[in-house]
Design a binder for this molecule. Sequence first.
Ligand code: RB5
Length: 154
Amino acid sequence: MRVSIASDHGGFDLARSLATWLTEQGHLVSDLGPGTVTSVDYPDYALRVADAIASGAADAGVLVCGSGIGMSIAANKVAGIRAAVVQDVEHARLAKAHNDANVLCLGGRFTSEDDGRAILGAWLGATYEGGRHDLRLEKIRRLEAASHEADPRG
Ligand code: RB5
């Protein structure tokens, strides 16, 4: 799969380690930064990965900040993004099976390398179940479209 990954300083080490692991697993990885561990603003990096997914340049996105929360809030502002903060393998599986999450958000200050690999592997290996979930995702798409229409800034 084509996987785009980015972090802020709080998720720097885990993101770089996961990028290496993903490459070893045979994925085509785009590391969208940052290149150093200096303090950065997570929305800037959430946008890089969200744009890669929304444009079709990547199949899956991974965002790591200190908690995963800021990254998910920012990424979910981009149309077409379904970003999920996940802390264990079962939630990772559900995020794909029920929600078809296209961005996985992890907390670098709360997730070990081993857990991060297990969580990411479970998410990438899971399959969206479709069926009853399709209607719910369609309702989310409609909410997204309606909120863009209502926005006076376009
Ligand atoms: C940065 O200190 C921290 O706030 C950020 O990494 C993230 O946890 C925000 O949600």
